[in-house]
Design a protein around this ligand. Structure first.
Ligand code: ZN
Length: 384
């Protein structure tokens, strides 16, 4: 698919820019003993290898390359880091670094100062990077850090597919698209989301969390933040479409990606309009922002795409509506998700005929059933 050629090209550029300075720093323990050396890279900032840092301290860490995660503990504090995003989890709470973690060839690089500041604040330690001697030392704690290894089995279990975040679009003061007969997108998508949640919960052990269960307004960025904080394994944002041309009809599933198709851009612009209701006066999403967001999601792009085509296939099997396929565009609500994610447009509420269908509970249930089967099939790919 074109997205991947695009991605590959930018990842190539990305890795070129890091080909430059690569050196080592020393990890100094008590009695000035060298605990180990840590690889670091210097771009505009200094980044150090968390793989080396954690093994110098503890000789133990747990890495899952498939989902780009590294886990280690410092004293009693557990630290979880994911590649290519700026959030890290310390004792199950998410914190944001000023810069992304860089993941490259199995190594997790953290921005040194950012990372140590946060670590010191949350663990009570006092790691200091000394740039003149190129060493890191824990200034105030004389004894070695007590080794309290992470429960690796528990960690492994957490990486199984077990939590789905369903995001009914819009809500509260934001009705979303409004149909010819006054049907509101926010109501249709909440109903389909709840039906989908019930089907998954009834028939599997998968945990389902909805970003909203009532008619309330939620900021776009809070939806993905919520999904990340709950450590979702799949994020499904559910919407209905609208177009000026009342004849437009059908269902489509979107992935985040640089804008390339005009119709897709219009859908994204309409879905991003909630930003204005949030009082968002900042700059608009540029294509550069989108490329960055796409790169940040490269770890799960293939999984997102896999789920997107399952959704299209399952809906196509069950409802009489036009299959508009899988597309990509700059959806703000998908930016920053640290898990596979899609945005489903169930149909055009602006098309009187489709609006009528969306108003029927059996049609909505069929849509929910379709997505449910897509989830089942997607989940199976994890069990193999
Ligand atoms: Zn919408």
């Amino acid at each position: 698919m074109k997205l991947f050629i695009y991605l590959y090209y930018f990842l190539l550029l990305f890795s070129w820019s890091f080909a430059g300075v690569q050196q080592e720093i020393k990890m100094i323990g008590s009695n000035n003993s060298v605990l180990g050396t840590i690889e670091y890279i210097k771009e505009q900032r200094y980044y150090f290898s968390l793989n080396d840092f954690s093994s110098a301290l503890l000789k133990k860490n747990f890495i899952n390359k498939d989902v780009q995660k590294i886990v280690f503990s410092l004293g009693n504090v557990k630290i979880k880091v994911t590649g290519n995003i700026s959030f890290i989890i310390i004792d199950d709470k998410p914190y944001q670094l000023k810069n992304n973690i860089i993941y490259k060839k199995g190594i997790f690089y953290a921005p040194i100062d950012d990372f140590l500041d946060l670590l010191n604040e949350k663990t009570g330690s006092s790691y200091v990077m000394d740039y003149s001697s190129l060493s890191i030392q824990n200034k105030f704690i004389s004894q070695e850090v007590s080794t309290n290894p992470v429960d690796l089995y528990q960690e492994k279990k957490k990486w199984k597919f077990d939590t789905i975040i369903i995001d009914p679009g819009h809500g509260g003061k934001d009705p979303g698209a409004v149909g010819y007969r006054g049907t509101k997108e926010k109501d249709i998508v909440l109903d389909v989301s709840k039906r989908l949640a019930r089907k998954i919960e009834r028939n599997s052990k998968t945990k389902v969390i909805l970003t909203r269960e009532e008619d309330i307004f939620l900021r776009l960025q809070d939806r993905t933040k919520f999904a990340n904080a709950n450590e979702g394994d799949l994020f499904i944002s559910i919407h209905t479409n609208a177009a000026e041309d009342r004849r437009a009809s059908g269902f489509e599933t979107f992935l985040i990606g640089p804008n390339k198709n005009e119709a897709a851009v219009r859908v994204a612009a309409r879905e991003n309009a909630a930003l204005e209701l949030e009082g968002f006066s900042g700059k608009k999403l540029t294509n550069e922002d989108l490329i960055k967001a796409t790169i940040a999601q490269s770890a799960f792009a293939a999984k997102s795409e896999e789920f997107a085509s399952l959704v299209q296939n399952e809906i196509k099997k069950r409802v009489q509506s036009k299959d508009r396929g899988v597309k990509q565009a700059g959806f703000y609500v998908l930016m920053g998700a640290s898990m596979p994610n899609v945005l489903i447009e169930l149909g055009f509420i602006s098309n009187p005929n489709e609006e009528k269908k969306l108003n029927s509970s059996s049609y909505r249930d069929m849509l929910a059933t379709s997505i449910y089967y897509a989830v089942l099939k997607y989940q199976k790919s994890f069990d193999d």
